[in-house]
Write a protein that binds this ligand. Structure first.
Ligand code: KG4
Ligand code: ZN
Length: 370
């Protein structure tokens, strides 16, 4: 770090993200506890490349990241109106995620650091999501976080920039993954979440009897894979009765599935809030991840928060899904906590935020769920 940088406890960080299907780069300036200023935030999505396959294809993703990272970073620097000379450090997602994509980002960042002499920080992607409420709202520690995306589903007590306690997670599919599979079963497009939400509008969520998995067990562990089996059975029954899916069937199936996911998340959130409150008192529950875009899910979580006496915080959607700003911000947090760069960065397909938590069995698009 050169003289004058970090003045007033503020840093300017270039963030690079490539762990799933968004190639992203951003420039963020600020200091803990936030909020930070997003000077640039560029996301090159890949949804159209993966759409024909109904899910992310790791090889296609890795190649697209490798091809577009330089342009993405160039655009971010141009939009921020600053050269690399104004940057204090490069923060790059080093895991968890699809290893080909993570490697593309880490190698690109290493090259840039080598060429410029800038320090480099390897960021845990989940920490990026978990710290976003500080980037957007300057939320003080501790708070409760529900990370609910295509690859992840966990409740985290966020205690410090590098201190997280996992209160529970899915033991199989992540909810976004479940929405994507639901869409495929119903003949809808990819990504499935928004399609299912659209199809569910006006549907009767009570017509089909979808299970609420693991609600009969204590704790905050969740399960979503049984829902798709229930959905397949209900769909097949409709098809057998009517020779095909009628529009009303489609709406009722989608609405029933969505309501089941929302109910499970809300019921488990209530337990996570109780556990958090027992240790820290009531506070704020924040959400991140693509599934947080779902209006039914949001409403259910908001109600659960109100019932538990918690504030509910949902960052703008753009910052709930994968982006470079959250990685840059996690870099800012680490610099503020005294980090000056990582000597070695290893790309990790699995990287639990809470090293003390018992590993969970589930594994999906982004590897282990915890
Ligand atoms: O956080 P995200 O952009 O990427 C990661 O998986 O990390 O989340 C994408 C996931 C997809 O599975 C997508 O179907 C789901 O979020 N999703 C939704 C909605 N919008 C996106 N799920 C339910 N309702 C939505 N409106
Ligand atoms: Zn993510």
């Amino acid at each position: 770090m050169t003289d004058g940088r970090g003045a007033g406890g503020e840093f300017t960080v270039l963030g690079i993200e490539s762990s799933c299907d968004e190639t992203a780069a951003a420039v963020v300036r600020g200091g803990a506890p936030g909020p930070g200023r997003i000077l640039a935030d560029i996301v090159f999505g890949q949804a159209e490349m993966h759409a024909p396959f109904g899910g992310v294809v790791p090889e296609i993703a890795a190649r697209a990241h490798a091809e577009r990272l330089d342009l993405c970073v160039e655009r971010a620097l141009a939009e921020a109106g600053c050269g690399l000379g104004a940057i204090d450090a490069i923060a790059v997602t080093a895991g968890p995620g699809l290893i080909g994509g993570v490697l593309s980002g880490v190698m690109f960042a290493r090259g840039l650091a080598e060429a410029t002499g800038l320090p480099i920080l390897g960021i845990n992607h989940l920490a990026g999501h978990a710290l976003t409420p500080r980037l957007t709202h300057g939320l003080a520690f501790p708070y409760l976080m529900l990370l609910v995306s295509g690859g992840h589903c966990q409740f985290l007590a966020v205690l410090g920039p590098e201190s997280f306690r996992r209160l529970g997670s899915t033991i199989d599919d992540a909810p976004g993954e479940a929405f994507d599979k639901c869409a495929r079963l119903l003949g809808l497009g990819y990504p499935g979440g928004p399609e299912v939400e659209r199809a569910a509008a006006g549907g009767d969520p009570g017509r089909f009897d979808f299970p609420r998995p693991l609600l009969d067990r204590p704790g905050c562990e969740m399960s979503f894979s049984g829902l798709k089996t229930a959905l397949r059975r209900a769909r097949d029954r409709c098809v057998a009765e009517a020779g095909g899916l009628r529009r009303g069937d489609l709406a009722d199936l989608a609405a029933g599935f969505q309501a089941a996911v929302a109910d499970v998340l809300a019921a488990k959130a209530a337990r996570a809030m109780a556990a958090f409150a027992a240790a820290h008192g009531p506070g704020t529950i924040a959400v991140a991840g693509g599934v947080a875009a779902n209006a039914a899910v949001r409403a259910a979580l908001q109600d659960a928060a109100a019932a538990a006496g918690f504030a509910f915080l949902a960052p703008p959607l753009r910052l709930c899904t994968d982006n470079g700003a959250m990685i840059a911000w996690a870099g800012v947090e680490r610099l503020c906590a005294g980090a000056r760069g990582d000597a070695a960065i290893v790309a990790r397909p699995r990287w639990p935020l809470d090293a003390g938590a018992v590993p969970v069995a589930g594994s999906g698009r982004k590897g282990a769920k915890a």
